[in-house]
Design a protein around this ligand. Structure first.
Ligand SMILES: C[S@@+](CC[C@H](N)C(=O)[O-])C[C@H]1O[C@@H](n2cnc3c(N)ncnc32)[C@H](O)[C@@H]1O
Length: 195
């Protein structure tokens, strides 16, 4: 079977089994993958991807020059993790809940330059979202950015969570060429007061 069709089908089957975890009936399209990875290049250094699914954003990251060795793929679905591991043997694929990110060591302790998240944050409890963000920023350089997409009309991280963690969210853009249409936000550590 043609690869994109096979991927779409396996994604849909995963959604039928775990609609809340997968939270979309089809993988993200190229326009969204290009938007969410737009600011990332080989100079970014190691990148952590959360919820890669069938690898729509992974492919875009590799096309942007990120080496497999500089990629950590954190996926809670065993059906996806097994395929990612086989397809990207140089990357570190971890079958685990992204909320446990803080407990694992990645890239021999080198901090990541970016986190790209395909997680369905709107279906995840705020306490867990908080744990995911704490783990992600713990693994990044101070200037690192967390890229998150959403199908919703605003940033999927509630402002009280952003404030509590000292984060700022900026809208990067949206695309109608996705099913459903989606937008991307960039989260960073809020700059401290100038001395
Ligand atoms: C909306 S799909 C996005 C998949 C892919 N990034 C894309 O854009 O096509 C959500 C993905 O996040 C994974 N996921 C959901 N909750 C997770 C969690 N707590 N930890 C890690 N992965 C999770 C799902 O298994 C699925 O692969």
């Amino acid at each position: 079977m043609n690869q994109p069709i096979a991927e779409t089908l396996s994604f849909f089957q995963a959604w039928l089994r775990s609609p809340r975890r997968v939270a979309a009936i089809a993988p993200s399209g190229r326009a969204l993958a290009s938007l969410i990875t737009r600011e990332i290049s080989r100079d970014t250094g190691p990148v952590i991807e959360l919820g890669p699914g069938t690898g729509a954003f992974t492919r875009a990251l590799l096309a942007r020059g990120i080496r497999q060795e500089d990629l950590a793929l954190i996926e809670a679905g065993s059906e996806f993790a097994v395929v990612l591991q086989a397809r990207y043997p140089g990357a570190r694929t971890l079958w685990m809940d992204a909320a446990r990110l803080r407990t694992v060591e990645l890239f021999e302790g080198r901090p990541a330059g970016a986190v790209v998240s395909g997680l369905p944050l709107l279906s995840i409890a705020p306490r867990k979202v908080m744990a995911i963000l704490i783990g992600a920023f713990d693994k990044m350089r101070p200037d690192g950015a967390f890229y998150q997409f959403t199908y919703g009309p605003r940033c999927p991280v509630p402002s009280r969570v952003l404030d509590h963690l000292g984060l700022t969210a900026e809208y990067m853009g949206g695309t109608l060429a996705n099913l459903p249409p989606a937008a991307v936000y960039r989260l960073r550590k809020t700059a401290g007061p100038r001395s």
